[in-house]
Design a protein around this ligand. Structure first.
Ligand code: ADP
Length: 345
């Protein structure tokens, strides 16, 4: 199920001409619209998305159905969806090269999730680490969607028969389950879905500013992360407060070494790498330098985002076109699935 098979968008065809046959593999990934994107999301996922769109048929989704499994304010959701689309575009995703779509605009995703529910053992879902973590975080709202989250995720990925899924390390367990679900379905009915691989970046887990033993996450609050759209003065402020006691020695070292490697200017890398290794460092100086480098790194992004924000109609058009194109593929998959499952008279 690839766009190049039948999809007729002008842009898509033009661009696919530039991608060789060997590169006609499909990549799928999604991000929840549940708050600002942080540098962990960037290094674990988005940076990879931008690189992959030149080589593969890529689908990048705004996973709004997933995001409503968490506590949220319905009045805020449309803005969060719009903001995530802005982030995708400003970071460099190009609708001429990839498909950007909204999950809830393609009802086939929830249809396929239902069918997958019937081949997924309950015990597989109950042992998911994310389910356990989120059940603790929102112990008054352990809803069915939270448990079923990985099945919908499998439906998202397998709908496009994706060969690969770029995600951060925290999602590996879910992608393994996606492979199992593909296998359960293929064994019970007939060979339909490929088993997708993970594409994990070298730095696939960025730790929290306030606790370097925990992953940086939107759900741990803004003090624990650096947003990719944070203003330079906010980045300075957050970095100043970032943990730098010797209590977490090895974790602290890894945390700062990673930030330096990924965002540091050549000058700062030269200046601080050795000192950090030798534990001969003034953290206030390092944090100051890093804050400046991170702010510079995302300067173009912030400017581009500001420009894009001025034209909301254009953003909505991109999302509608992307979702329409994706739905075309999704309908084909569902037709095939329903026949195999025995739902076609
Ligand atoms: P969050 O935990 O902040 O809500 P999401 O669940 O929306 O993040 O994840 C979006 C993408 O970003 C996923 O591919 C996920 O693996 C990746 N990601 C999230 N947090 C991190 C992190 N701290 N380090 C690396 N990648 C991350």
């Amino acid at each position: 199920m690839r766009y190049d098979r039948k999809f007729t968008s002008e842009n898509k065809n033009n661009n696919n001409d530039n991608k060789t046959m060997a590169q006609q593999q499909t990549v799928f990934s999604a991000v929840q619209p549940s708050g600002e994107l942080h540098i962990g999301n960037y290094l674990g996922a988005l940076k990879n998305f931008v690189e992959l769109q030149d080589k593969y048929n890529c689908f990048f989704f705004i996973a709004d159905y997933h995001s409503i499994t968490e506590n949220y304010d319905p009045k805020e959701k449309p803005r969060q969806i719009f903001d995530l689309a802005l982030d995708f575009l400003a970071i460099g995703l190009d609708p001429k090269k990839c498909t950007i779509a909204i999950q809830s605009q393609i009802p086939e995703h929830t249809e396929l999730a239902w069918i997958f529910n019937t081949v997924t053992p309950l015990t597989e879902l109950q042992r998911m680490t994310q389910f356990k973590d989120k059940s603790q975080q929102q112990d008054k709202n352990i809803n069915m969607g939270l448990l079923d989250y990985p099945v919908l995720q499998a439906a998202d990925i397998l709908m496009y028969k994706a060969d690969a899924v770029p995600v951060g390390q925290d999602q590996i367990q879910h992608i393994e389950l996606t492979r199992k679900i593909a296998r359960f379905f293929n064994n019970k009915f007939c060979n339909t879905f490929p088993e997708p691989k993970n594409i994990i970046t070298e730095t696939s887990k960025i730790m929290s500013l306030t606790n370097p033993t925990k992953k940086m996450s939107k759900s741990h609050g803004p003090k624990s992360y650096i947003g990719i759209n944070d203003k330079p003065e906010i980045i300075q402020k957050k970095m100043r407060k970032a943990v730098s006691t010797t209590e977490y020695n090895k974790d602290i070292y890894n945390f700062y070494a990673t930030l330096l490697k990924k965002f540091g200017s050549e000058k700062n890398k030269r200046c601080f790498n050795e000192k950090l290794k030798n534990q001969d460092i003034k953290f206030s100086e390092l944090k100051n330098a890093l804050a400046e480098d991170i702010a510079n790194y995302f300067k173009d992004f912030r400017e581009k985002r500001k420009e894009l924000k001025k034209n909301p109609e254009k953003i909505k058009r991109i999302l509608n076109e992307g979702s329409k194109g994706a739905r075309f593929v999704a309908q084909e998959t569902m037709k095939e699935v329903k026949e195999k499952v025995g739902l076609v008279l």
